[in-house]
Design a protein around this ligand. Structure first.
Ligand code: F55
Length: 818
């Protein structure tokens, strides 16, 4: 038997070159001298994957044989970003790769950039899942990521001539898939529809109407310098060629065959809504599809070959983290699997299920909590609806016997009755698992005080916090090599890459003139790089001696891109009418990056406005060199990796109490930007750590917002009180940014003046004021740099390694496997 645990020597440049050459000839079918950069990429990716697979097999074997409980991270989204450079870094092969491909006649950068970005997520939630699988592997935790391999990821955003968003399909698999490998032998059958009938001894038997085949596509997740390679298993739907017995019995040939033919639709496309889930049948099909396959996969993995496994031990083998409500149907599914498929009694199954699951909530917006029509669940998953109703009945009974008051019980029902009955997935998750966590301290507090208040009153020990984090591998080491080198030099070690608290060692260097100077040079060089990238890719001409001011995130009213664009318009107007004098103006380049959900009209109109403000301002000689606005289209991980290291001012200006955490804020602070922000989400913790004097705080706080809602908010009062705001809105309304047409932005301006639910008008003056302070600080470059260095030094807490350690201690109660 081959000893797969034997330590392997790393590869030399020569070894790697040889392997790539062989792959080119034998797998890609080209002679090395004829190879294109795409061939070189495909060959390198395969070679690196093969190289990692020895450690991967080893990790899988040890996970099953070892006695450490594993983690299954269930997420409908994993927003990975490009794989090659990350795999090379984590495997310790970056230099060998650079040497090898250079000898083969390629620029390493070109090879890396050939890879299409797998955009299998919408934004923060999906990216967080990607950071977490990186940290799990880097810390040596036995873990699986489980999700969906969509054929079409998040849409590719383009802008038309009017500056409107246009969505284009993202067929990211068109050139093949170097990283994901189908493992057809480990497929799972997932069934839908049909009915439930009585069996013997009170058993209930689900007779589904149709089934699909869930085929796993495995992605390797190499830990940084940990030797561990975990699995990210993304399921793809295939149809079965043969008929199900149930299909055959129904003798409705065409009717029965359509769902089979449509099977592959289940994993066709990622839903692009990031905050208002549509109660669509296909979305529920996606959720059940990946969760059912994953649960069965875990059972198969941990009880190999066993016909009648003792599943009371299941929670000792693995615990499942539910990434928001999307995988919550897993709770009734595990109940069904235990009871119907494995003959367990209800109470034991309930104990096992509750021990197995935990739930992370990522929102404070009520409309973002998934609620499904009971009717739909009943049609698609009739047995699950029965189980959910039984869980609900048992839960209500439990509350009654605890003496919970009747109104509270009514508010807390998991499932409501009647023709419009609903199932509330966040409640099901709270009741059906051990722990519920928010994603930043303030968010977790608000979950307890507001969103899930009744539940936290009834079960206070269930609630905990794990503040989000980001991986320093992708977002510092790979994205910002210059800063990485400077940090390593300053600290005299590169230990910070896996222990980010080491950054504290930079604190004294914030007062070291030569370090400060080098830090400034790094930022300048990154700005030059970005200008070059943006010129090549977007044809932008950017003046790099301006301040780089960025707001990159999904477009949502609560995030308040409107506040930023109104401030830009106000500044533009002030320059034009001479109300600021020329040498008072701090030259700025303002960057936006944002996709809007295709059905979100207000967000799309905001995009159109930003594009047209950019068009007008950037072509107006009166503000040339003073103010410019850039809106690179199709904001994705690649753009973030380029823009964040070059940014000096980061905008985190959501209405207080609305952004659960934010993770961009962490990436910026770690890359030496200063934040202008409200006291919201993780901004609170960032400010606490970097120091109030190194953070530009403005705006209303949660209590102010509550009070203003309660007192009755009238945005007009604020518009009248600040002539700059009044004027800026006038310019939007009078056609300045719509070729004279006064109707274009009517929906926006009327909302600002009448509703303005997120209180943009109320925070405008404070936002303009803080900008003056920002400008004054920026005029003292050494002071600015000192603050930026202190942001880096004190942000080590925001490593996703620390988040994972918190999950291990507070929720999963497991540990790395040495
Ligand atoms: C996607 C689909 C649906 Cl149906 C609902 C929400 C989403 C989604 O993408 N949510 C999301 O990204 N939430 C964000 O999660 C981040 C990670 O925890 C937070 O930092 C951020 O505050 C939150 O908005």
């Amino acid at each position: 038997m081959v000893d797969i645990t034997a330590p392997k020597a790393s590869l030399s440049v020569e070894d790697l070159k040889k392997r790539i050459t062989t792959n080119l000839q034998e797998k890609q079918g080209v002679r090395p001298e004829e190879a294109t950069v795409a061939d070189a990429y495909a060959a390198t990716a395969e070679v690196v994957r093969d190289y990692l697979s020895v450690s991967w097999m080893d990790a899988k074997q040890r996970m099953v044989e070892g006695h450490v409980k594993a983690v299954g991270y269930l997420s409908a989204e994993f927003l990975l970003g490009r794989q090659l450079s990350n795999a090379l870094l984590n495997a310790g092969l970056t230099q060998q790769f650079e040497g090898a491909v250079a000898e083969l006649g390629f620029k390493p950068k070109d090879v890396i950039e050939t890879e299409p970005e797998p955009g299998l997520g919408n934004g923060g939630l999906g990216r967080l899942a990607a950071c977490y699988v990186d940290s799990l592997a880097s810390l040596g935790v036995p873990a699986f990521g489980y999700g969906i391999q969509y054929q079409y990821g998040i849409f590719r955003q383009e802008f038309d001539d009017e500056g409107k968003q246009v969505e284009r399909p993202d067929y990211w698999l068109s050139e093949g898939n170097s990283w994901g490998h189908e493992d057809v032998a480990r497929s799972q059958r997932v069934s839908f529809g049909g009915s439930v009938v009585d069996g013997d001894d009170g058993a209930r038997i689900w007779k589904p109407a149709w089934s699909v085949r869930a085929v796993p596509v495995d992605y390797l997740v190499p830990g940084y310098d940990s030797g561990r390679v975990n699995t990210l298993r993304l399921w793809t739907a295939k149809s079965y060629d043969e008929f199900d017995l149930a299909t055959f019995n129904r003798s409705d040939y065409m009717g029965a065959v359509i769902p089979q033919v449509n099977a592959e639709n289940i994993t066709k496309v990622l839903y692009p809504e990031d905050s208002t889930p549509q109660g669509k049948r296909l979305r529920l099909e996606q959720q059940y599809f990946f969760v059912s396959a994953s649960i069965h996969d875990a059972i198969r993995t941990f009880y190999p070959g066993e016909k009648n496994p003792d599943l009371t031990t299941f929670p000792d083998k693995i615990c499942f983290q539910l990434n928001d409500t999307h995988p919550v149907i897993g709770i009734p599914e595990l109940m069904r699997v235990l009871i119907d498929e494995n003959g367990m009694d209800w109470d034991t199954a309930w104990t096992v299920t509750r021990k197995t699951f935990n739930y992370t909530c990522h929102t404070l917006l009520p409309e973002a909590l998934e609620v499904w029509p009971a009717k739909l669940i009943g049609e698609l998953l009739p047995r699950h609806l029965e189980i959910i109703r039984a869980i609900n009945a048992q839960f209500v009974h439990e509350l009654e016997s605890k003496g919970t008051d009747k109104d509270a019980i009514d508010r807390m029902r998991i499932a409501t009755d009647g023709p419009d009955g609903q199932v509330r997935m966040a409640y099901l998750a709270t009741v059906g698992g051990s722990y519920v966590n928010g994603v930043a301290a303030l968010h977790s507090q608000l979950l307890k005080d507001v969103t899930l208040k009744d539940f936290s009153n009834a079960y206070p020990d269930k609630f905990t916090n794990v503040t989000n984090g980001v991986t320093p591998r992708r977002f510092i080491k790979l994205a910002n090599p210059r800063l990485s080198d400077l940090i390593t030099e300053g600290l005299g070690t590169d230990k910070w890459i896996h222990d980010l608290d080491e950054l504290e060692g930079l604190v004294p260097l914030a007062d070291d003139a030569s370090f400060v100077e080098r830090f400034r040079k790094v930022k300048d060089a990154n700005k030059q790089d970005f200008a070059k990238y943006a010129s090549d890719k977007f044809d932008f001409t950017i003046n790099t001696s301006t301040m780089f001011d960025s707001m990159i995130k999904r477009l949502h009213e609560y995030k308040r891109q409107s506040l930023k664009i109104l401030a830009v318009i106000a500044e533009y107007a002030a320059i034009k009418d001479g109300s600021v004098d020329a040498d008072e103006i701090l030259p700025r380049s303002v960057f936006f990056g944002a996709k809007a959900a295709p059905g979100y009209a207000m967000a799309k109109l905001t995009i159109q406005l930003i594009n047209n403000v950019a068009r007008v301002i950037n072509s107006d000689p009166a503000v040339k060199g003073k103010l410019a606005v850039y809106f690179p289209w199709n904001y994705n991980i690649d753009l973030a990796e380029h823009l964040i290291p070059a940014t000096e001012l980061d905008e985190q200006i959501s209405q207080a109490g609305k952004e659960a955490s934010g993770t961009g804020n962490m990436k910026f602070a770690l890359n030496g930007s200063l934040t202008v922000g409200t006291l919201d989400g993780a901004n609170v913790e960032i400010r606490d750590r970097v120091g109030a004097e190194n953070f530009f705080l403005f705006g209303m706080q949660v209590e102010d917002v509550e009070k203003l809602y309660a007192d009755g908010y009238d945005p007009m009062e604020f518009v009248h009180a600040d002539p700059r705001l009044h004027h800026a809105i006038d310019l939007v309304a009078n056609g300045t940014f719509s070729h004279g047409d006064r109707g274009t932005y009517a929906a926006l301006t009327s909302d600002w003046l009448t509703h303005d639910y997120f209180m943009t008008m109320a925070d405008f003056t404070a936002y303009m004021d803080i900008q003056k302070e920002i400008e004054a600080t920026y005029r003292k470059p050494d002071e600015w740099a000192r603050k930026a260095i202190l942001n880096v030094a004190h942000s080590g807490f925001f490593s996703s390694d620390r988040s994972i350690e918190d999950y291990l201690k507070r929720i999963w109660h497991t540990e790395p496997q040495r």
